[in-house]
Ligand binder design. Sequence first.
Ligand SMILES: Nc1nc2c(ncn2[C@@H]2O[C@H](COP(=O)(O)OP(=O)(O)OP(=O)(O)O)[C@@H](O)[C@H]2O)c(=O)[nH]1
Ligand SMILES: [Mg+2]
Length: 215
Amino acid sequence: MTDKPHSTTPAQPAANPLRGACFLRSAAKLAQLPPDAIPEVAFAGRSNAGKSSALNRLCDQRGLARVSNTPGRTQLINLFALTDETRLVDLPGYGFAKAPPDTRRTWEALVGQYVAQRRNLIGLVVLMDVRRPLQPLDVQMLEWAHAHVRPVHILLTKADKLSRSAALRALENTRNSLAARPGEASAQLFSSLSGQGLEQARDQIDAWLHPPSTS
Ligand SMILES: Nc1nc2c(ncn2[C@@H]2O[C@H](COP(=O)(O)OP(=O)(O)OP(=O)(O)O)[C@@H](O)[C@H]2O)c(=O)[nH]1
Ligand SMILES: [Mg+2]
């Protein structure tokens, strides 16, 4: 009997719906944003929570959003085109303790206005370090989102920094705190380093960007 070439094709990993992202532009104020004609999903969180790392990992592109060791480096709204019809947005981090008060006020006002006024914002991914979730400014972010009816999905980032059981406990505590608050928000564990939670986060973002047709 002759050896036949292997006839079954290897299992393909699910295609990443966020892979095509490319940098579009930065904006220092709302007036510099592109028209609000197509849906946007935005990433928000305290400075250093891991927003840029998460965007890079979710989109499978190392250098897409800049990752820095200096908290507060990403001070602009950075927009990424996903397709001609969809966008992702990296919002400036809030709550960086060492920033001068004026700078902090500017960032926080910019993010607050974006959440309040951007009509095409269809979902907000709020990132929080799993070791310090639901800090006062995170809660403020959830309140803004609730006030303007923006769906929220929370990524508890840097899950690799905790043991599996401690991370699961942090997730449960966060979900319990969320259940006791007004508004709805889902939450999951996430690690840009290990890849934990990547698929779940991509699925949520993709579901916002491509809701099932109601017609
Ligand atoms: N261990 C670990 N470190 C991470 C993870 N994600 C981000 N980091 C580190 O956390 C630091 C901040 O990450 P960034 O992605 O730049 O955070 P950011 O929220 O974009 O920060 P700003 O843009 O400054 O607001 C960097 O040193 C990253 O390498 C993770 O999943 N695990
Ligand atoms: Mg950043």
